[in-house]
Design a protein around this ligand. Sequence first.
Ligand code: ME8
Length: 495
Amino acid sequence: MTTPIYYPNDIPHIGHAYTTVLADVLARWYRLNGHDVFFLTGTDEHGLKLQRTAEKAGKTPKEFVDSMVPVFKKYWSLLEINYSRFIRTTDPDHEELVKKVFEELYSRGYIYKGKYSGWYCVSCEKFYSEGEYVEQGGQKLCPIHNKPLELVEEETYFLKLSALQEEVTRLIEEGGIVFPEGYAREILSRIKKEGLRDLSVARPKSRVYWGVELPFDRDYVAYVWIDALLNYLTGVGFMRDNNSFEKYWAEAHHIIGKDILWFHSAIWFSVLRMLGLSPPKRLIVHAYIVNRGLKMGKSVGNVVLIDDLVERYKSPDAVRYLLMRLLNLDKDVEFDQSLLDNIYNSELADTYGNLVRRAGVLAMRKLGGRVERAGPDPGLEQLSNSTVEKVGRLMQEVRVSEALSTVLDLLREANGYMNKTQPWSLEDPREPLYNVLEALRIATNLLYPVMPATAESLARAFGFQLRRVDRLAFGQVEAYSVSEAPILFEKVGKA
Ligand code: ME8
């Protein structure tokens, strides 16, 4: 499971968290289902953008990125991102791999020297051709960053992507890799329209010194995007640890935003093919978080910081939940604080939190915390079991927001059952409490990938174990020992 490796030119915002939390949720989900998951994230540290950012900050590029990496790690740890490796493109094993791969591509005849002229966006680290850029007042602007493009004319090395056009087209047409399908069609129509053109994959050191030197020409460094994509191979041990590579590469799941779809499909699949490697198993693409109609991003100046949300909801788990509740692979979603407040208050505080609190208090007050198994309520039993099955299906299709709604339906039903059976008024409330606790256990277990700390602390407070998803059957717990009735989520006021 991989995320993009982010540019550490600035601190990450909730757009980066959107992808990273999704990848963590999927990694945890698959682990919960008994899979061995290697989860890779990291930073993309070379290139002109970083070189210039460091210069402005009065630092060397290496000093600059060294100062940013702990910041990324701090945010990922705050958001409980449980990665297996945090890869940096300045890691020695990665730089070595980039050199080996360039050597390999060169010796296979896929790299040739030529002259290039084009319009470059440093923020995107890519060239734009006519029709792609915006023309305004005699200037050529980047369609994403709205900043002037720079004219670059130089001798460079090209990667012969054109040679792979048919194969890559077929690969994407066969389907199943690029997900959701709509993005595959987008790529296919772009290939059809403009073809898969050879790509400049080198930069003269006189202009861009901050990169991996090419083994066959020391006056050049590798283009930052090829350097970056190769992290996915370094991360699982390509050319270094064959066992690990064989085990994980065949199952690679890349999670990305749609801004970098072309690089991760047309270009990446071609490079892999040139190296004789299989494509990733799945490329999962999501749309943007937008704010005031524009893609959230530093250059637009409309970012919401991770800290803003963590401070507001006082719980990293709640932030993870809200981001996943917004998640939409196909469509952009507008950031709306009052919508998030509503979801938080009604789903987390009023439904989940309230049920936990009520069940916990009653179990302790009425039964001294010990709730033994009693007859299953057929309605709750059936709904719990069908929820497990439905959530499994939705997660397979990365419909995380719908999976969460499905769990919420179960919790609402359990709240209704509690109101109906009124355990507080019963002499012996064992049966209704047991049923509520079973529904809560199953819901909590299903919520674990999204809210791991909450799930673990509730499991401790109520005395149950988190289990594999195929072993959740309703009615299996013999007795609960409730030692605490935590208030999981405090309501928030008006935005
Ligand atoms: O592109 N909405 O790094 P990057 C949703 N280094 N997702 C967003 C977002 C938004 N408003 N803003 C950012 C790079 N993202 C390269 C990647 S990978 C080999 C190299 C997320 O720092 C989303 O995942 O610009 C997007 O694809 C990524 O951050 C871009 O991060």
